[in-house]
Design a protein around this ligand. Structure first.
Ligand code: ADP
Ligand code: MN
Ligand code: MN
Ligand code: MN
Ligand code: MN
Length: 377
């Protein structure tokens, strides 16, 4: 993912809209029609795109959802003279914005099927489709039951000034300390967005497991998990889409940049917690975790290279991070690459936390790498 998205518009259109009017229309009957909002990842690898398809009936499963396509030349994913990119529906969620039977659909992107010299060439994932290789790897280790939990940190920005929300204009708030898990005006900023997001995720069926205010003011975290296999990537991407849609209603910008404010301000991470059937089972689980850590150490550089764009600005060895140049691990150590919980050596089983991924991580990439390195190498 690249740096913060800078939107080109300067007018505050949203503030001209009377928010009391839309609910009248949302309440109208739909006579059986279902709006399906297909959501996919665009060409930067971090931009989320979506469009609506009307269905004549409620799909029972993802198999009932039609293939669809979009203009890949507008998302940096195809040339204009061969612009069709195909969408395959992968997971259905309830739509917290439209309500009723309407749905959100996580989809991924493919080249169209082709007929070349009478030979049928099937749909191939486009180069930026990171879900497809992840699904392949997860398929190989179903028996190990990989569970993931990602801690998604993010920062809210004033959409006009691009400065963190609630910070003095052209200035800085008091130093870090009081803001983490805080309550109170001036400490916890724009909690309405966090609450709306939590409830919307419950409604949608995203496996959100908690929220908290973070160390830097205007920075928040939510956790998704534990999720089995592919659900981690699907649910995290959908949770981000829902967050962007909610923030849009408030005309507030969300950034997943790993270090939105340079200097003595915490960056934003995307810690990935991981366990397998073997690590969760005593008494061998703790030993199994140590084996995983040994394998992760050997592939540190491979992981770091794919753990988020701009992560080098965050992984400095300060602000509860490890240096990106060294691999380290420790029990209860928040300055290490890998942290093992206090209870693991006691219970002889459990999970561990990879603290290296940044907030703009691609969960399809991070979960694939964890499984590849620890289970398939
Ligand atoms: P931290 O103490 O690092 O802030 P959090 O409570 O924010 O930790 O996040 C812990 C994450 O670990 C959650 O996403 C949770 O779903 C996940 N988790 C819990 N148990 C397991 C497990 N057995 N395997 C994988 N992930 C797990
Ligand atoms: Mn058009
Ligand atoms: Mn956390
Ligand atoms: Mn955190
Ligand atoms: Mn953590």
């Amino acid at each position: 993912m690249s740096g913060p998205v800078v939107f080109g518009t300067t007018s505050k259109v949203e503030s001209l809209l009377d928010t009391n009017i839309l609910p009248r229309f949302l309440a109208l009957p739909q006579f059986g029609k279902v709006a399906a909002e297909y959501v996919w990842i665009g060409g930067s690898g971090s931009d989320l795109r979506s469009k609506t398809k009307t269905l004549e009936e409620l799909p029972k499963s993802v198999k009932d959802l039609p293939k669809w396509n979009y203009d890949g030349s507008s998302t940096g994913q195809a040339p204009g003279d061969d612009s069709e990119v195909y969408l395959m529906a992968r997971k259905i969620y309830k739509d917290p914005f439209r309500g009723g039977d309407n749905i959100l659909v996580m989809a991924d992107a493919y080249e169209p099927p082709r007929d070349i010299d009478g030979k049928h060439i099937d749909m191939k994932p486009i180069p930026t489709n990171t879900r497809s290789p992840c699904a392949e790897v997860m398929g190989k280790c179903e028996a190990e039951e990989p569970w993931f939990g990602i801690e998604q940190e993010y920062t809210l920005l004033n959409s006009t000034t691009k400065w963190p929300l609630g910070w003095p204009e052209c200035g800085f708030p008091g130093p870090q300390g009081p803001y983490y898990c805080s309550a109170g005006s001036g400490a916890a900023i724009a909690r309405d967005i966090v609450e709306a997001h939590l409830k919307a995720c419950y409604f949608a069926g995203v496996n959100i497991s908690g929220v908290n205010a973070e160390v830097m003011p205007a920075q928040w975290e939510y956790q998704v998990g534990p999720c089995l296999g592919m659900d981690m990537g699907d649910d995290l991407w959908m949770s981000r889409y829902i967050l962007l849609r909610i923030a849009e209603l408030y005309n507030i910008e969300v950034t997943f940049d790993p270090k939105p404010i340079p200097g003595d301000w915490n960056g934003a991470g995307g810690h990935c917690n991981f366990s397998t059937k073997a690590t969760r089972t005593a008494p061998g689980g703790w030993e199994e975790i140590q084996k995983h850590i040994g394998k992760l150490e050997k592939r540190h550089a491979v992981h770091i290279a794919s753990y988020g764009e701009g992560n080098e600005r965050r992984l400095t060895g300060k602000h509860e991070t490890s240096s990106m140049h060294d691999f380290s691990w420790g029990v209860a150590n928040r300055g290490a690459s890998i942290r093992v919980g206090r209870s693991v050596p006691v219970d002889k089983c459990g999970y561990y936390e990879d603290r290296r991924p940044s907030s703009n991580l691609d969960p399809y990439v991070v979960t694939r790498l964890l499984v590849e390195t620890t289970l398939l190498k």
